[in-house]
Structure formats: C-alpha cells, structure tokens
Write a protein that binds this ligand. Structure first.
Ligand SMILES: Cc1ncc(COP(=O)(O)O)c(C=O)c1O
Length: 404
C-alpha cells in the first residue's frame, strides 16, 4: 500500500515531525498544575519570537476559524463599520464572521489570484469615511490559502495606518505565519491569528492569537457576545499559567516540542527553506504543463494553486494521485474543480517536493499527456537553488530569537 503519510501535500494539516508525534502520546497533566504553567512559560515567549511581538499571545482551543471569530467578537460591537479586504475564500469567510455578528462590513473584493493593493485599501477607507462610516477595524488575510497568494501586509498595514489611524488591524495569518517573514510589532498589527496545524507542524486544535494594547482597550468597549472565545478570560487564566477552559493538552505538548525544533532551525533558515520549496513547486508544476493561478509577484511560499487543464477530469486524476501516494488539495469556493493546490509548509523539504512532482509526472504520463520526463524535477531543483542563492544575498527580515 502506498505510504500516504509520506506525501501529504495539503496546506494543513501538515505532516508532523516524529518528535512532535511522540509528544502527542504523553500522559496527561493537570492543566491547572505546575507542569502546564511551565509549558505556557516556554510556549508563549517562543510564539512571541515567531510572531515578532511583545504583545500577549493567547492559546485558544479552536481551529483557525475559531481564532478568527475570537478576533471579531472580542474587539467589535454590532453596527461597527469594518473594512474586510478579501482576496479569496478565507477573506470572504473573515468578512462573513464579522457580518454574522452584526458588524457593518464593507468588503473590498480583490480578483482571486491577485494580492490587495495599498491604493485600493486607501480608496476604500476614504469611501467609507465619505459615508460617515470610518472603519473601526480592517480585516486582512496574510496568506490566502484558496488562491496561493501572499498579501503585502506591511504595505497594506501602512496604508491603513495612514488612511484610518484609529482602525484596528486584524490579520488572519493562519497559513503563513512561521513560514515566511512576518513582523507583528514592526508592521503595527493589532490582532494576529494563526493555527497550530499549519507552519507550526502541530495537529489541529489550537489557535494562537496576539493582541495589542490598543486591541485590549477596544475589547473593553466591544459588545459582541462572547463566552468560550472571550480573550479577557484567556488573559486572566494565562496570568496563572493556564487557560480558562480545558485546553487540548496533547496539542500543547506538541506545540512545545515543535517550537523547540523551530527555534533550533532558526527563522532565517525556515524562511529560506519555504522560499526554496515554493520556488521548486511553482517551477515543477509549470514544467509539467500546469498554469499557475497566482500573480507571480505575490505567489505564496506555503501553498501553490494550479489550474486544472480544461480537458482533465480532476476527480479521476486526483484518485490516481492518491493511489500513487500523493495527497493534494482541491479548489475551494468558486475555484472548486478549477484549481488544485499543493501545500508546502511546515516540516517540508525540497526533496519532498521533488517526490511529489515525480508522482505527478508519472500520473500525467500514465494518463497519456505529453510530458518531458525529468524536466520538472530539473526545473524544480534549479528554481530551489536560485531561491536559496537569492535568499543568501538578501537581508533576513527576522532573526532567530529576534523579538520580545
Ligand atoms: C488563511 C486561512 N484562514 C482561515 C483558515 C481556517 O482555519 P481552520 O480550518 O483551522 O478553521 C484557514 C485554513 O486553511 C486558512 O488557511
């Protein structure tokens, strides 16, 4: 039987390093006891270094969507004008959450496959101001997993600060943070949400949320209903080294181990590895004849979306890939059936990308498509080498243990 675990190439949950898997098998501890408090004492500062923030980081037992919901309900009130910048399915979801809780949401829709532009954000804010609805928060997606696009968050945040200095910057960084450069404090972000099952190499179950002093002040005034996701309750419990409700203790053990692995590798090396894997994936898929979906200027180094060729039956091709041991992700939302996605985040190497490309190549050849055998792997290796060389000459934006 094919070893499916070896080639799980979806954009989360990501494969677990052995040490992280083993940590999940540990005996329970009292989540109100000293062992758990010691764990929080290691995990939170390590996350602060990863987020590059001095802000508090709360561990919430929830998937990423729960973290986004927490970001909305803790800082907003019904009727609050909010600008949601959406570049894909997850941006739409963020806007929907805010709408569901009664915020007065204006969506700035960006063509899928492209990144948001600072000028468009400035204009959208100016438009809201003209209507007397200056946004109290702007919702941004860092890395749009449905399209494989990374937004220029630094430039977008600067545009928001200029056009609406009072607005909270609330960022879904679920599928990018930890894998590509990110600077919570340097970019002035107020609420940043990530999820354990992405670059952190941990199973699903924990959302990690950074909250700025401005956002805490907003939380005092915000009246959207909240109980389980009340971040103030999480903050109070964190002061005692715990969480307000029973946390996914095993996932916390695993996060502790994963963060130690991450810090041993160091963020500059991690970013370089992801840049190499992203470049290899894009070059390999292109050499296999697939058209890439994302604007190349903003292509994500954690997930790549490629168009399903018109004449290809994705379902049967995907079934063949699975038989050969490669698990990819399909399209989401309006891209269902139109694109497929390759995840390259977390515990991933260029060699693993080459293995995935090789399986894709075999399946294409078996399906009678004209493929130049070996060309994709050669292109992928060249692209990875070029990315590594380019990275070596660039200044690393985040260093090991750089913040906090
Ligand atoms: C950018 C982004 N936002 C939100 C989510 C939702 O996270 P979850 O599925 O953990 O609820 C995901 C998950 O893929 C994501 O990639």
């Amino acid at each position: 039987m094919a070893n499916l675990e070896a080639h799980l190439r979806v954009p989360g949950p990501t494969p677990l390093p052995d040490a992280v898997r083993e940590a999940g098998a540990r005996q329970m501890v009292n989540h109100r006891g000293p062992e758990f408090a010691a764990l929080m004492g290691r995990v939170v500062p390590a996350l602060q270094r990863g987020f590059r923030t001095k802000n508090e980081i709360l561990l919430v037992g929830a998937s990423g969507t729960g973290g986004l919901e927490a970001a909305v309900v803790n800082h907003l009130s019904p009727g609050d004008p909010v600008l949601a910048v959406s570049i894909g399915a997850f941006g739409d979801r963020f806007a929907k959450i805010a709408t569901r809780y009664g915020a007065d949401v204006t969506v700035l829709p960006v063509e899928w496959g492209r990144a948001a532009e600072p000028d468009a954000v400035r204009e959208a804010i100016a438009g809201m101001r003209r209507e007397g609805r200056a946004p109290v928060a702007v919702l941004l997606t860092h890395n749009e997993t449905s399209t494989g696009v990374t937004n220029p968050v630094e430039a977008l945040a600067a545009a928001v600060r200029e056009a609406a200095p009072e607005a909270l910057l609330v960022v879904d960084a679920i599928s990018g943070l930890g894998a590509v450069p990110f600077d919570t404090d340097g970019w002035g972000l107020d609420v940043v949400v990530t999820g354990s099952q992405k670059s952190w190499m941990v199973p699903p179950g924990l959302s990690m949320i950074a909250v700025s002093p401005r956002a805490w002040a907003a939380a005092e005034r915000a009246t959207m209903p909240r109980f389980y996701l009340d971040l103030k309750a999480h903050r109070d419990a964190a002061e005692k080294g715990s969480t307000p409700w029973t946390p996914p203790v095993s996932v916390c053990f695993q996060l502790d181990v994963a963060l130690a692995l991450i810090e041993a590798e160091g963020y500059p090396a991690i970013f370089a590895r992801h840049a190499a894997c992203g470049a290899a994936t894009r070059a390999g898929l292109a050499a296999l004849g697939f058209r890439l979906f994302a604007d190349p200027a903003h292509a994500s180094n954690t997930v790549t979306a490629a168009l399903v060729p018109g004449e290809m039956d994705w379902k049967s091709f995907n079934a063949d890939l699975r038989r050969r041991g490669l698990v990819l992700a399909g399209g989401q939302g309006k891209l269902t059936g139109l694109v497929f996605r390759v995840g390259h985040l977390g515990d991933v190497t260029v060699n693993q990308i080459l293995a995935a490309l090789e399986i894709l190549e075999e399946a294409l050849i078996a399906g009678g498509r004209p493929v130049d055998r070996g060309a994709a792997l050669a292109a992928a290796v060249r692209a990875a080498d070029a990315a590594l060389a380019a990275g070596a000459t660039a200044t690393a934006p985040a260093g090991k243990g750089a913040a906090a």
